[in-house]
Design a protein around this ligand. Structure first.
Ligand code: COA
Length: 250
């Protein structure tokens, strides 16, 4: 655990909180490492029945920290971001997420690996990869068309525009949207309810739901990862990142 990633176990619910609110919980490579370690701990511990992901300070996460990405670009499969995605995709226990505010990039794509997602009605999702000169990641090129159909998946991934909770619901990215004031309560109640179900039956059922796609998910992560690493070094990406970094200095 680190300051930027908090974990807590309560009634079988292992809460993992992205905690960098001053940067909208944008992920540095150190946060990915801490998050991977937290998921591995959740997998190992018998007293952990379910995992609940959330962000501190009114945002889920603004995705990859762009400055950190420039300083420590992922170079291959062992990079921190890809290890995190594999750990999340491979978790045998149910994962829930409570999404408030911004869920950008991997903040949206990681939800495709969650088993139950509740969002605040004002949450804003986006996968702005193309606009950043990048490409789909997090196995979204495989999982989003399955969840949303090709038309909506292509719209969301190609244009990269922000979308609201109603669209996320329609796209099959979230299960439920609730007023922000109820988000924590609803997410905690759902997590506790799942934590009380028979643990082995939960695991087997999750494996039955996700298992047939496991190899395809791993292959998609590899395929996207290889393209993503190349895209990061492209002039298109460098230009987009520099433009974000120099915001506010203009
Ligand atoms: N990487 C690095 N810093 C980020 C960041 C990111 N992905 N997202 C937000 N921040 C920083 C901002 O630079 C700002 O820092 P500052 O206060 O030192 O200037 C701080 O977090 C607050 O962000 P701000 O943009 O002022 O908040 P907002 O509520 O107006 O907008 C977002 C929130 C998430 C919509 C907006 O910050 C954004 O679009 N971020 C970039 C998201 C992105 O492209 N992610 C990469 C996907 S691969």
């Amino acid at each position: 655990m680190s300051d930027t990633l908090l974990t807590q176990l309560d009634a079988g619910v292992f809460s993992v909180t992205f905690n960098r609110p001053e940067k909208k919980n944008a992920f540095t490579h150190a946060m990915y490492e801490a998050a991977t370690a937290a998921l591995q701990e959740a997998e190992r511990r018998d007293d952990v029945r379910v995992v609940l992901l959330s962000g501190a300070g009114g945002a889920f996460t603004a995705g990859n920290d762009i400055g950190d990405f420039l300083e420590h670009p992922p170079t291959g499969e062992d990079s921190a971001v890809f290890q995190y995605l594999r750990a999340l995709a491979g978790l045998s226990k149910p994962v829930l997420a409570a999404v408030e505010g911004a869920a950008v990039g991997i903040g949206t794509t990681m939800l495709l690996h969650c088993d139950y997602v509740v969002a605040g009605e004002k949450a804003r999702f986006s996968m702005p990869f193309v606009n950043l000169g990048l490409c789909a990641e997090g196995a979204s090129s495989l999982l989003l068309p399955r969840a949303a159909g090709f038309a909506l998946a292509s719209e969301l991934l190609l244009f990269g525009d922000p979308f609201d909770a109603a669209t996320a619901l329609r796209a099959g990215i979230i299960n439920k949207a609730v007023p922000e004031a109820q988000l924590k309560e609803v997410a905690t109640e759902r997590a506790r309810a799942l934590a009380q179900r028979p643990a082995q039956a939960l695991k087997v059922t999750k494996a039955l739901i996700r298992g047939p796609l496991r190899e395809q998910v791993d292959a998609a992560l590899k395929r996207e990862g290889a393209e993503f690493v190349q895209r990061l070094a492209s002039d298109e990406a460098k230009e987009a990142f520099m433009s974000f970094m120099s915001r506010g200095r203009k």
